[in-house]
Design a binder for this molecule. Structure first.
Ligand code: UD1
Length: 362
């Protein structure tokens, strides 16, 4: 049995790391393909180092491009790798363009493909990720869901229940493994100075939030207002960095700290001690729920509804006034209490490895 894992963008790495480790414990031969969708050292290499992942066996070096170009480049380059190796399984993660591209190649080559983090739906087809999720799940042969809503969505879409397994959240496997080290090592570059501070941590990178300079400007205005109460730390995604250059910056920014993207350990250390997290990321909604940290999500919907129904997440929409009001409410102590969804227990990858082992026997 040989398994090829395909990763490409930052949020894939912390999902693939524990799955690979669990499979490797069972002696299963594995190959890691990096599509190169993310290529900057601080968007890619640092995660491999900190997560203890093996270096990719193959890098397709597709880089950035329009959705069509990026997806097509992954498809063309991955096809020849898979034709040569003919693995027993290909594993894809999450909902980025690399995920969709790899799943399509497998479907056409009749190679079995497994999707980790299957079944999540926002219902919002204007998000590229929603299209990636829908199509990937339709062609996948094995679907690992992080929460029960994933199974329900797949059933509704006609996916056979034998293919679907509720395994829990692999990203939480990585978090539980590395949280003690991250907190201990708060001396990480750029993070230690915040150890004893009260701060809000921010990430914004969705095209719908950052590509319109007027809207991005409104959010930055609110962040500057909030920084009167406490420091606002904002590691800036490269997409957002480009757009910020077009924004008229507010006057009061001395307590609003725009930083380069952080490594996994540095970001986790900051997240675990934040008074508030403001984000439009999918994964960070989940991490804050697990950590019990208040989270305001700057989106109208989420494909991770358990973070709202069970966890600490509140959707404020793309609405700067609501963002401001909810943040002040939290600053004044109005914190939503949350719990941890079932199977977010650090053992999701073990369950995946068990299922692969059983699949091979039957
Ligand atoms: C991608 C995913 C998104 C995920 C995000 C996490 C898709 C459709 N989107 O969005 O779901 O939440 O990753 O980060 O797959 N860039 C760099 N250096 C890099 C990578 C990108 O400078 O290493 C810049 C380039 O200008 C590029 C832009 O960021 O054009 C966007 O990169 P891209 O991979 O297309 O999408 P993301 O916005 O990163």
């Amino acid at each position: 049995m040989e398994i090829v894992h395909v990763v490409g963008a930052r949020p894939n790495f912390m999902k693939a790391a524990p799955a690979m480790a669990a499979l490797s414990k069972r002696g299963i031969a594995q190959t890691l393909v990096h599509t190169g969708q993310h290529y900057d050292a601080n968007m890619s290499d640092v995660f491999f180092q900190q997560l203890g992942m093996p270096a990719p066996d193959v890098n397709l070096e597709v880089g950035s491009g329009s959705h069509a170009v990026q997806t097509a480049d992954v498809m063309v380059r991955l096809e020849s790798v898979l034709l040569e190796r003919r693995p027993s399984w290909v594993v894809v993660y999450g909902d980025v363009n690399s995920t969709l591209a790899a799943a399509l190649v497998c479907a056409k080559l009749r190679l079995r493909v497994a999707h980790v983090e299957a079944g999540l739906r926002s219902g919002d087809r204007s998000m590229p990720e929603e299209i990636n999720r829908l199509v990937t799940d339709q062609v996948a042969d094995l679907l690992f869901t992080p929460s029960i809503d994933g199974n329900e969505n797949l059933t509704r879409e006609g996916v056979a229940s034998e293919k679907t397994h509720l395994v829990g959240n692999v990203m939480i496997d990585t978090l539980t493994r590395l949280l003690p080290l991250a907190v201990e090592g708060q001396g990480h570059k750029g993070v230690s100075r915040w150890r004893d501070h009260r701060y809000t941590l921010v990430t914004l990178h969705r095209p719908s939030n950052v590509d319109d300079p007027a809207l991005l400007g409104q959010f930055i205005e609110v962040l500057s207002e909030l920084s009167a109460e406490m420091s606002v730390l904002f590691p800036v995604h490269p997409r957002t960095r480009k757009q910020i250059e077009r924004v008229v910056m507010p006057k009061a920014t001395e307590n609003l700290h725009l930083m380069d993207p952080l490594g996994y350990m540095e970001f986790l250390a900051l997240q675990s001690k934040a008074a508030l997290v403001i984000t439009d990321s999918g994964g960070i909604q989940e991490e804050t729920t697990f950590l019990g940290i208040p989270c305001l999500t700057v989106r109208d919907n989420t494909e991770r509804p358990v973070t709202v129904t069970i966890g600490t997440n509140i959707l404020v929409g793309q609405d700067s006034n609501r963002l401001r009001n909810e943040a002040w409410r939290i600053f004044r102590g109005g914190v939503k209490k949350g719990g941890v969804p079932p199977f977010w227990d650090g053992k999701a990858s073990e369950r995946i490895a068990e299922i692969f082992a059983a699949t091979e026997v039957t």
